[in-house]
Each structure stands twice: as C-alpha cells, then as structure tokens.
Ligand binder design. Structure first.
Ligand SMILES: *Cc1c(COP(=O)(O)O)cnc(C)c1O
Length: 225
C-alpha cells in the first residue's frame, strides 16, 4: 500500500465512530499525489487557491468533489462557479452576493458554509456570532436563490492548549445549534459543521464536526517556497 493510502485508511479508522466526511486538503501538492488518494477511494478534496483548484479540476477525474476552503476574492468566484462542490469560506455579505450572481450565470445552486471566527488570532477570517445573526435576520438569503447554505466552518487557534481548542469548537457548535433552532429559511439548513484539521480533528469530532479538513497527515508537510 502507498503511504497516502495508509494515511487515509488510518484516519478513516480513527474517525469510524463518527458520521463525518474526510476532505483531503491537497494544496501545494502535485496531481500525482491527489491521484494516489483518488485511487485509494478518496473523492472529496480541498484547496485554498482558485488558480490551483481550477488547474487540478481540469486535470483530475471528474467525479471528484472540490471544496474551496481558503479566503475567496469576489472577482475569482466565476472561475470555480461551474464546478465547485462546496465553498467553506464565505466570510462576507458581498462575497455571498458575488457567489449567487456567478451561480446564476452557471445555471446552478452553489453550496456554501458561513465561516465563523472562533480563534483568538485576529488574522483568521469569518463572521462573529452577532454579525451572523444580523445577516440571517436581514432576509438577504431569501433573495439569493442560487445559494444554499449548508452550515458553518471554523478554525481553532493554533495552540497546544487542547482545552482552548475544545472550547472554541464547542462555541462554534453552539452557534450552529442556535441557528438551527432559531431560523427557518428555505435555502439554509444546518447539516454540515466543518471543523478540524490534522492537529485537532479528533477534538473537533468530539465536539460535533461533520467535515474534517486534513492535509499534512495525509500528504505530508507542505513546503512553501
Ligand atoms: C491547509 C488547511 C487545512 C489543512 O491543514 P493541515 O494542518 O495540513 O491538516 C484545513 N483547513 C484550512 C482552511 C486550510 O487552509
């Protein structure tokens, strides 16, 4: 068995008690390695740069489900609108409008997650709880018929303090549950909670994650030039 196949199997074994989707985060990695993961049965892949995502989509098998997990600029939405499976990183109303517009042009509905800022780092993107509730109460989603909100995404602080990570994930889960209880909007349903990466996916699963985004544990460390 290849190393990548081994790594995927090992994650799937560790997560088998949970109903969750493993997204293989393949950013910076060459197509051969993605193909190896594909051959091992992996179908969900995550990328954080539009250009790289488009290139890989064009070269690799067409039944791959592509997840956009990185910060997305409005002027780049149209490049991924025809094929993207789920955009995890929706962090503004203006981006939502842009996605809706490009989805309409592409003749489809695009699945999105709203990114929530749960970490203490100020550099991470996302809405805070009150911004999120303001958006949902505004009625805007009703006008955006080519968007479907499937849930929330968040990233915990990069720290060794597992109690802190856990409390950040639990705060996201509680926002998720509150939205589920308080809002009834046709194109919004709380089905997916995207949280957990290589270093913290086990904690995330204990806290209710339904999608884990794992890169280096599958493909090895990344080298940024
Ligand atoms: C890179 C990245 C991941 C995966 O990180 P690893 O630590 O390699 O598992 C997950 N989520 C987002 C948003 C990322 O940018």
């Amino acid at each position: 068995m290849s190393k990548i196949t081994d790594n995927i199997q090992s994650i799937l074994t560790k997560t088998s008690d949970h109903k969750c989707t493993l997204i293989a985060v393949s950013k910076t990695k060459p197509n051969e390695l993605l193909q190896e993961a594909y051959d091992a049965g992996q179908r969900h892949f995550g990328e954080n740069k539009v250009q790289e995502l488009v290139g890989k989509y064009e070269s690799l098998p067409k039944d791959i489900m592509w997840h956009m997990i990185g910060h997305l600029q409005r002027n780049k939405v149209k490049q991924i609108a025809p094929f993207v499976h789920l955009i995890h990183s929706v962090d503004s109303e203006r981006l939502l409008r842009a996605i809706n517009k490009e989805a309409a042009k592409a003749g489809r509905q695009i699945n999105c997650l709203l990114q929530v800022h749960i970490a203490t780092e100020t550099t991470k993107f996302g809405f805070d709880k009150s911004e999120l509730f303001t958006l949902l109460k505004s009625g805007l989603l009703g006008e955006l018929g080519n968007i479907k909100i499937l849930g929330l995404m968040g990233m915990a602080t990069l720290t060794d303090d597992t109690d802190q990570i856990k409390s950040e994930f639990l705060s996201l889960k509680s926002i998720y549950d509150d939205i589920d209880k308080e809002f009834s909007i046709p194109n919004l349903s709380m089905k997916e909670l995207s949280m957990g990466m290589s270093s913290d996916y086990k904690i995330a699963l204990e806290c209710g994650s339904t999608m884990i985004r794992v890169g280096s544990t599958i493909f090895g460390e990344r080298n940024y030039a």
